[in-house]
Write a protein that binds this ligand. Structure first.
Ligand code: ADP
Ligand code: ZN
Ligand code: ZN
Length: 747
């Protein structure tokens, strides 16, 4: 027997597999991890093929050293997927195969945890006779009694009833009346291990309809669905019923959420309904916990997987359903190499393995909604909130007028008045500002000098002291910090001014108006410790805090019944970003955060503060009119040749020496021009092509140049993309090259 093995080499240019001989007594299957000799090393690899014969010279073939697990770590269907992904991304399969395993498994050998268990070896009805015959100790009598149900019992469990049972158990094992052995245990990452199972609530009409459409259409062959349901329309209960149905049919399920730590409620709801059958893949689990959750899934002990992006590769057998909640979130697209989009992988998996996939959001991405209107996804509308609760009423405040009337604070008079009212009524308030820190930048009044990061071409943000950190200037790109200068580094003037506000400033100003109000803040600065997210959200849930201030972290799927007022402090922050997706992001953020208000019996109110109240995004978001926004935005993208009509490919070069980065980037531009001259069909798909410094010219002392290419989505463009990917693999000393398609971050 011979095996084709893809060897796991980092930064490999080797896109092929290698043939090894399989030793006589080795049982090998496709997908198993093996250790093989490679050059002079022992490396890990994945078996991707098996055959009886091989045309290579026998003397040249080495043998597989050993197998790492006695089962395929990668399911054969996921090897198929890895191959498709490698083809699409024009990269070696070794790189896409890596996505199919938890990274901890590749890096280190994780110990399997075991515990001692005991089980009765004789028939339960013979216990009495045995005891009578041998006249054993009281301790043994109790133990046999506990084991009389003929089930496995952990020794640790038995020791709750009997002091140090191990010695007695060992003796009885020797006597043949019981067996004592080791069993694998899974490290379970939850504290609430004995959660009570919650019964199904009766469904609302709209939920029934959604389920019915999915049921009927999937019978008729549809595999892809998009739920567009307003915030609070009860989408989660629809997922839960779909999961129940899949489980009943013996199928497994993957539920994707944007980020586990920001969606604790979703996880709790699923655990309340599916208990131990639900596995959670969480980036904050330790290596052992992650490995054990992965194995529970791989060994089909947990059939419902909840996780963020990478959970799309979970080894679920007999897949029946994939749900992508809040499908518009950018976290579903990975910008790390190899790039992938979990929504696209959902489509591939369902196509390969069967089942259906459901994308879902109150603010679908432009791309998905356009696909639905084209009939590539079945659209399901859930226009009403649960129990016919009204959507929150929205007011837009023109901040230019506030300034004219002498109000220089971050809060308009309307927002202040409303806060007072809602807080007096013992309700809770959410304030959203998509910028952390205190002041966005500080500059000299005399000469205009702006404090910059030493390592990056970016201004530094002023941060107040707190959470174990001193007052400082911080670079939000590289994390570098600096002390606050007493005088201008350029002209020595002592007049330094602070501009622009972040979440810290909102908190500071709020305390001036409401000194007695308890406030919690949730942003990157307050959530660095392991349980910080959960603690902040809990203190808001239980009413210890009345106001929650936060960045986009607080816009995702939170359900707090007592929140009746949401304030958007500055809608313009995302609107002004130099990115073609700025309108889409702004619409989503406003609608999502607005959706946190009035989710229970009391009606909700939203106040949007902006300097551009007439902007169509603000107008449509204030009416929560997704269709109106979508129609205009799609038209704009079409006119300006933006995705989904086109794709943007970027080659980003970074290096310490500016001149050599520039030179190599120019040389690459020349190579691309040459290629295009040779292949006119590929050139025909190109819309524009230019080279420039990247928007952030320097990060961490690395100078950055980019080549940007905009092209139509077309099969003729694929060979060109393969050429560009190959180009990005040219090795240069001290220069890092990144190949990206439609990257999330264009800075
Ligand atoms: P969405 O995800 O659409 O914003 P959720 O799924 O969070 O909405 O549901 C909003 C609220 O309505 C939740 O508190 C949920 O428990 C409740 N809910 C959903 N469906 C029902 C139902 N059929 N009966 C009663 N309450 C429901
Ligand atoms: Zn100065
Ligand atoms: Zn920096």
């Amino acid at each position: 027997m011979f095996a084709e093995v893809v060897v796991d080499i980092v930064h490999s240019k080797l896109s092929r597999s290698f043939t090894y001989a399989v030793p006589e007594d080795m049982h090998l299957a496709i997908g198993m991890r093996v250790s093989v000799p490679f050059n002079r090393n022992q490396l890990y690899g994945i078996v991707v093929g098996l055959s009886e014969s091989c045309d290579l010279e026998a003397s040249k073939i080495k043998s597989i050293h050993r197998v790492l697990e006695d089962y395929p770590a990668i399911l054969p269907q996921l090897i198929v997927l890895a191959r498709q992904m490698a083809d699409e991304a024009h990269c070696p399969i070794a790189e896409t195969l890596r996505l199919m395993l938890p990274p901890e498994m590749r890096r280190a050998k994780i110990q399997i945890k075991q515990e001692n268990v005991a089980k009765l070896q004789i028939a339960p009805e013979d216990i009495a006779a045995w005891l009578a015959k041998y006249g054993v100790s009281r301790k043994k009598g109790i133990l046999l009694n506990l084991l009389s149900d003929a089930e496995e019992h952990a020794v640790s469990e038995l020791s709750d009833y009997v002091n140090s049972p191990l010695e007695s158990l060992k003796q009885m094992d020797r006597d043949g009346v019981i067996t004592l052995y080791k069993r694998e245990v899974f490290r379970l990452p939850y504290e609430d291990a004995d959660l009570e199972i919650v019964p199904d609530p009766p469904l609302m009409e709209q939920q029934k309809q959604a389920l019915q459409i999915i049921e009927e259409d999937s019978k008729a062959g549809s595999k892809a669905f998009l739920i567009h349901g307003v915030t609070g329309s009860g989408k989660t209960e629809v997922y839960i019923r779909l999961v129940k149905k899949a489980l009943k049919e013996g199928k497994g399920v993957i539920i994707l959420v944007p980020e586990i730590s920001l969606t604790p409620q979703m996880v709790r709801w699923f655990r309340e309904r599916f208990a131990g059958n639900a596995a959670v893949l969480h980036s904050r689990l330790n290596a052992g916990e992650k490995y054990d959750e992965w194995r529970r899934i791989r060994l089909s002990q947990a059939r419902v997987v909840i996780g963020a992006r990478s959970a799309i590769f979970a080894p679920v057998e007999n897949l029946g359903l994939i749900v992508v909640d809040e499908e518009h979130e950018t976290t579903y697209q990975s910008d790390r190499h190899p790039q992938y989009d979990a929504r696209h992988i959902a489509k591939l998996r369902v196509k390969n393995e069967g089942g259906i996939y459901v994308l879902s959001s109150a603010t679908p991405s432009i791309k998905s909604f356009a696909m639905a209107l084209h009939g590539n996804l079945t659209l399901i509308e859930m226009p009403k909130r649960v129990m016919d609760r009204p959507l929150p009423s929205v007011s837009v405040v023109d901040m230019r007028k506030e300034l004219q009337s002498g109000n220089r604070s971050m809060f308009s008079s309307l927002l202040l008045a409303k806060m007072r009212m809602h807080l007096e009524n013992k309700n809770q308030v959410i304030l959203f500002l998509n910028r952390r820190g205190h002041s966005t930048f500080i500059s000299c009044r005399n000469c205009g000098y702006v404090m910059q990061c030493d390592n990056c071409d970016i201004s530094m943000t002023y941060h107040m002291a707190g959470y174990g950190e001193k007052e400082s200037l911080k670079c939000h790109v590289c994390g570098n910090t600096k002390a606050i200068p007493l005088a201008c580094p350029s002209c020595s003037s002592r007049y330094i001014r602070y501009f622009g506000g972040g979440t810290q400033k909102v908190q500071e100003e709020l305390l001036k108006f409401f000194p007695d109000v308890k406030i919690v803040r949730m942003d990157l600065d307050t959530t660095s410790s392991k349980n910080a997210h959960a603690e902040i959200l809990e203190s808001f849930r239980n009413g210890n805090a009345q106001v929650l201030i936060g960045t986009q972290m607080i816009t995702k799927g939170l359900d707090f019944p007592n929140v009746t007022l949401v304030g958007v402090i500055a809608a313009d922050i995302t609107l002004n970003l130099p990115d073609y997706r700025a309108p889409e992001r702004t619409f989503q953020l406003i609608t999502q955060v607005a959706g946190r208000a009035g989710r229970a019996s009391q009606a909700g109110e939203v106040i949007i503060q902006t300097y551009k109240p007439e902007h169509n995004v603000i107008v449509d978001a204030s009416k929560q009119d997704f269709r109106a926004f979508f129609t205009k935005e799609l038209e704009r993208r079409k006119k300006s040749f933006y995705p989904p009509y086109t794709q943007i490919v970027r080659l980003l070069l970074e290096g310490k020496d500016k001149q050599s980065v520039y030179n190599i980037c120019s040389a690459m531009r020349a190579q691309i021009r040459e290629h295009l001259a040779k292949y006119p069909t590929e050139k025909k798909r190109l819309i524009n092509f230019h080279m420039d410094e990247a928007p952030v010219k320097r990060i961490n002392n690395k100078h950055r140049y980019q080549i940007l290419l905009k092209m139509f989505v077309h099969s003729d463009a694929e060979p060109f993309k393969a050429f560009l990917e190959q180009l990005s693999r040219t090795g240069y000393e001290d220069i890092h090259i990144l190949y990206e398609v439609d990257p999330n971050n264009m800075m």
